[in-house]
Structures are given as C-alpha cells and as structure tokens.
Write a protein that binds this ligand. Structure first.
Ligand code: ATP
Length: 249
C-alpha cells in the first residue's frame, strides 16, 4: 500500500525555495534513499513531511489522508517519526530515559489511529529487545555514548512512537565506518516490520546497498527516481551533482 504521497510540494525558507514541486511516493516495506549534494533540500523535505516546517504549496498524504495542515506532534501520532540530523538526545538522561521521554505517551500511535497503516508494534521493551546494544547501555547517560550509540538511541526513540513511516536524516553523518555498520544493522529489525523508510544518505554506495529505491534531489527538484535494481551508480552520481541530463523517471 502507499504510505506516503507527496504532491507538488514547495517549501521555502524565507525568500529561498528549498523544495520545488516535489512528487514522491513511499510504499509499505519500501526504503527510499534520498541523495543529493549539500543544500539540495533533503532535510527540508523530511521536515516538511514530519510537519516541523510549513509547506508553501502542495500536499502530504499519509495512507491517503491529507496531513499537510496537521501539526508535527499529531503527525507522530498519525504514524510519522523523524530522526533528525544531530540526534537531539537529552545528554544528561540515560538511554532508557531518552527512550521514555523522547515520545510522550500522548504522541504514541493509538490503537484507533490510522489503523489501516502498518505497525511494527514497537514500544520501549521491543526496542531494547531488538537493539541489544541499547539494552547494554540502558543506564548510561546519552552524553557519554559514542556517535554510533547515540544514533542507535535516536532511532530507538523514534521507533517507540510505533511509526508507519520512519524518516532518517543523515544517520551516518560524522560516524566511523564501523559505527555506520552498527546503525545500519540496527535498521534491519525496523525494515522487517513492514514500515516505510525514507533515508537521507550522502554515501551513494551505502544508499544503493540499503534502499529499494533511490531518489536524487538537485536544487530542490527530483532529478531521478529509480528502483535500486535499475539504479546505475554513475548515473546516480551525475544526477547527484547535476552533471547529467535531468530527467525524472
Ligand atoms: P545537507 O546535506 O547539507 O544537510 P540538504 O540537502 O539537507 O543539505 P537543506 O538543509 O534542506 O539541504 O537546505 C536546503 C536549502 O535551504 C539550502 O540552501 C540551505 O542553505 C537552506 N536552508 C536550510 N535551512 C534553512 C533555514 N533554517 N533558514 C534559511 N535557509 C535554510
């Protein structure tokens, strides 16, 4: 089923148009890697889907319901969770406390909410079960964790809301290759649950390994939207840097 449908989305920061007429769909079980150079509009697009940035034009539909005017905290309840760039954990609180306070009970998806949408059935206990790393570190203050451990905590916190759609903004930024492996390995459990994932990833190789679809953004526009099996690394690189023919397919 189609989880997310974005239609003609335009998002501005003041006078600057960061996202231009973007159309995008994400189906259940799909992992869409959103790639593009710095400033291409990837984070802006994710924040507009999560409701933390207003939309100038266009629509965001979740499971066919128009959520364009729905505030961010209600979108969490409707099934959209964002792991923002920079993680935004509470450094003085433990891993467990971050999982508990990150998503207030009123923001968790209720049994009645958007019931047609898939649910992974996540809660704090399941997150600790699925992420043994977090279970081991549950009492450690988040401020003392390594970058990879912090990122895993941030993903766990987003899952506690039991999302249908998980938005991940540069989860590997600033991490060592080994830590990135830890973060991506932790995503496997998420993907098994049938949710949809949109992943902003600078590393094209990793995007091609992880995603089911790759979408390139260039200066706020989609220049390529292709299933992984048809994704050609060089073509994606050209679309990424804007050195090829800009044709969406
Ligand atoms: P990066 O990979 O560097 O994070 P990105 O593809 O996520 O880049 P965005 O962060 O969405 O790109 O930025 C898109 C454009 O919007 C850029 O030109 C950026 O300078 C601008 N921009 C982003 N946030 C703001 C803001 N709060 N105020 C003004 N301009 C902004």
């Amino acid at each position: 089923m189609t989880l997310l449908r974005i239609e003609g989305l335009v998002v501005r920061h003041g006078l600057l148009t960061a996202v231009r007429e973007v159309d995008l769909t994400v189906a259940s079980g799909e992992v869409v890697a959103l790639v593009g150079a710095n400033g291409a509009g990837k984070s802006t697009l994710l924040h507009a889907v999560a409701g933390s940035l207003p939309v100038a034009r266009g629509r965001v539909l979740l499971g066919g319901t128009d959520v364009t005017a729905v505030p961010a905290h209600q979108r969490v309840r409707a099934g959209i969770s964002l792991v923002p760039e920079g993680r935004l954990l509470f450094p003085g609180l433990s891993v467990l406390e971050n999982l508990l306070v990150g998503v207030p009970a009123r923001s968790r998806r209720g049994a009645d909410e958007a019931s047609a949408l898939p649910r992974g059935g996540w809660d704090v206990e399941r997150v600790l079960d699925a992420f043994p790393l977090l279970a081991r570190l549950r009492d450690r203050p988040a401020g003392l964790l390594s970058g990879g451990e912090q990122q895993a905590t941030a993903i766990g916190r987003a899952l506690v809301a039991d999302p249908a759609l998980l938005l991940l903004d540069e989860v590997s930024l600033g991490l060592s290759p080994a830590a990135v492996d830890v973060v991506y390995a932790s995503l496997e459990a998420v993907l098994a649950g049938g949710v949809g994932v949109v992943l902003v990833e600078q590393d094209i190789e990793r995007a091609l390994r992880t995603a089911t679809r790759v979408v390139c953004l260039l200066e706020g526009r989609v220049t390529r939207d292709v299933a992984r099996e048809h994704a050609d690394r060089e073509e994606i690189t050209r679309a990424y840097f804007g050195t090829g023919t800009e044709v969406a397919s």
